[in-house]
Design a protein around this ligand. Structure first.
Ligand code: F6R
Length: 606
């Protein structure tokens, strides 16, 4: 993870670096730092904690300079501390780094033998000493080429040099890096979002490339050091203003926005007049695709798992689902007739990107479902399906999850129709239901006050279980993940039918268990499993949809009822109370909801 920024200008750069670092905090927020070059000296200010803390430090220790680099960290090597915070500097050079140097231990041994002294526990510091060592004999460009060859792993680097008063080097292998162009100044950033307040003119580095940025121009080089030309892209210049408004947290706002984001997405993809799906220029014929593999991480993986149930229900296509970090290292059977679909909110997740890259290298059909359309995953996919849900700032994914599920559902209808798996009547009924989804979501948000009370029972507990069958199983996994990451409560999502094969042993008197049992084809079976956990002392919170029919079970502790919609869209509605359960549990514990511990919004390390 980590966020990088660099600016070389004819003005002072510190405050612009700070502004960009604030935008990059979604990538990591355990420590932050800046280094600038002033009168031939590298000076740095860094600290444990967030950009606010860094700004306070800067008020005491002013940093002057027209060239500088900044960093927000998500620790990989070494604890979050001031000493491990980036930039890391020698007298000659200062480096910010996102990624992991896999051979740092070997390089460190070599450098120590050469007399270099290390201050931090980071892998990044080897880059500093390696550059310092090579600069003794070689010029800057040769040095960069040499160190890039020596470093193993994936990384993005920003580097300034004592003896170069107007120069920043950026280098990319794996981790994303963008270059921005301004008037009498140019920029380096982990993404275009960090640079958007300064410019809308952007170029992206590809894997293996590096660049030399001066205030009047930028040069790009390939792996061999040969000069290359780069396209300058013009991004939409109106920077999207997105603040919390009257909400306490972005997460609260993003949950409430879901009826709107879902409506926007449906309007983007579905033509209301003739019920057709607007997926134009889909590059492959249906006869060219015999199977689909869906790939993602975390919440995005859960949306893939959800889609598997829909594809199996509505189409005859073979479908498999994979966790990106597993897929990338397995001995995959690549198949020309498989469509590989990569699902990611940020579009920057390192594991998902690597899985995509692997498929591209094997000349597979690749398509991505992303929120950030300028992201690396979107750029590298052969076809992109945006989820149109607007910026998601809260680290815990909420509206993007619903957006991903929606786009996958629409893709399923599209492919089902292309293959004639879905008959006209079923197709039109499904499209009609989609147009009810936003309204029903809005009503399901009204379960709020009950959840606020119920969550007291999820705060001080040893653990909890989330159970569901069929369509509700991926949602059970997602509900458990949300509670873990926000309220730091151990929670397991489980297929309800699997409980008897071991996990029932965990049920103790008074343990809160969430049972997802909407009235779909799995309902009766799930209710039987619920009775099994109640019989063993569990306090069951049942989440179902409204119905006149009684529930045949006694001793249900609490019940939340969402609205009614077609069975295959109920997963959208039952997700909402689970998001709120995690939100209010974390709120009760006084945790930082938008920035939970140990996490970051964009996971750009593997
Ligand atoms: C959980 C969460 C993560 C992400 C995962 C993938 O709330 O946000 O599990 O879903 O890191 O991120 P993207 O979707 O950006 O690839």
């Amino acid at each position: 993870m980590c966020g990088i920024v660099g600016i070389t200008s004819n003005k002072q750069v510190t405050s612009s670096i700070i502004n960009s670092l604030r935008k990059l905090e979604y990538r990591g927020y355990d420590s932050a730092g800046i280094a600038t070059l002033n009168n031939g000296f590298i000076n740095e200010v860094k600290c444990e904690g967030r950009v606010n803390a860094l700004e306070k430090n800067l008020a005491k220790n002013k940093l002057q300079g027209n060239v500088g680099i900044g960093h927000v960290r998500w620790a990989t090597h070494g604890i979050p501390s001031t000493i491990n915070a980036h930039p890391h500097s020698s007298e000659k050079v200062s480096v910010v780094h996102n990624g992991i140097i896999e051979n740092s231990t070997i390089l460190k041994k070599y450098l120590i033998k050469k007399g270099h002294k290390f201050k931090s526990q980071t892998d990044t510091e080897v880059i500093v000493h390696l550059i310092t060592e090579y600069l003794k004999k070689d010029d800057l460009k040769k040095t960069i080429l040499k160190i890039l060859k020596k470093l193993h792993g994936s990384f993005a680097l920003g580097i300034i040099f004592k003896d170069e008063p107007d120069l920043i080097v950026g280098a990319r292998r794996g981790s994303p890096l963008a270059v921005g162009y301004g008037p009498n100044e140019n920029y380096l950033g982990s993404d275009s979002y960090a640079l958007k307040s300064m410019t809308n003119k952007i170029s992206y580095l590809n894997d293996g490339e590096f660049c030399v940025i001066k205030k009047d121009g930028v040069e790009f080089f390939d792996v061999k050091g040969l000069k290359i030309n780069k396209k300058i892209l013009e991004l939409s210049s109106n920077e999207q203003t997105y603040d919390k408004g009257d909400y306490k947290h972005y997460m609260a706002k993003e949950i409430e926005e879901q009826p709107t984001t879902i409506k926007n997405c449906i309007n983007e993809y579905i033509d209301k007049i003739n019920s057709s799906i607007n997926i134009f220029n889909f590059p492959w014929k249906s006869s060219e695709i015999s199977s689909i593999t869906l790939i993602g991480c975390g919440t995005a993986y859960h949306s893939c798992l959800m889609a598997k149930y829909w594809f199996e229900q509505l189409t005859s296509i073979n479908i498999s689902v994979d966790i990106a970090s597993e897929f990338r290292y397995r001995n995959n059977r690549f198949n020309k007739e498989t469509l590989y679909v990569f699902v990611s909110q940020s579009g920057e997740t390192a594991d998902t990107f690597a899985a995509l890259d692997l498929c591209n290298k094997n000349k597979m059909k690749t398509c991505s479902v992303v929120n950030v359309v300028e992201s690396s995953i979107a750029r590298e996919s052969k076809f992109v399906l945006p989820i149109h849900c607007g910026p998601e700032i809260g680290v815990a994914s909420t509206k993007a999850f619903l957006g991903q599920m929606l786009v996958l559902y629409i893709l399923c209808l599209k492919i089902g129709k292309m293959r004639n798996d879905i008959n006209k009547k079923v197709y039109f009924t499904k499209i009609k239901s989609l147009f009810d989804l936003s309204k029903m979501l809005k009503k399901s948000l009204e379960t709020e006050s009950r959840i606020e009370t119920i969550c007291s029972s999820f705060v001080d507990i040893k653990g909890s279980m989330f159970l569901g069958r069929g369509y509700s199983f991926p949602i059970a996994l997602e509900g458990a993940l949300k509670l873990k990451e926000l309220a730091y409560v151990h929670a397991e999502g489980y297929p309800a039918g699997e409980m008897k094969h071991g996990p029932l042993a965990l049920i103790e008197e008074g343990m809160p268990v969430v049972v997802l049992a909407p009235r779909d084809q799995y309902y009766k079976k799930t209710i039987s499993n619920m009775q099994e956990v109640i019989a063993r002392g569990a306090k069951v919170l049942l989440i179902t949809n409204k119905s006149k029919d009684e529930i045949y079970s006694e001793n249900i502790w609490e019940k939340i009822e969402v609205e009614n919609i077609s069975d295959d869209l109920l997963p959208f509605l039952i997700t909402v109370p689970l998001q709120k359960l995690a939100y209010y549990s974390a709120l009760k514990k006084g945790y930082d909801i938008d920035k939970p511990r140990n996490l970051a919004k964009s996971v750009t390390v593997e």
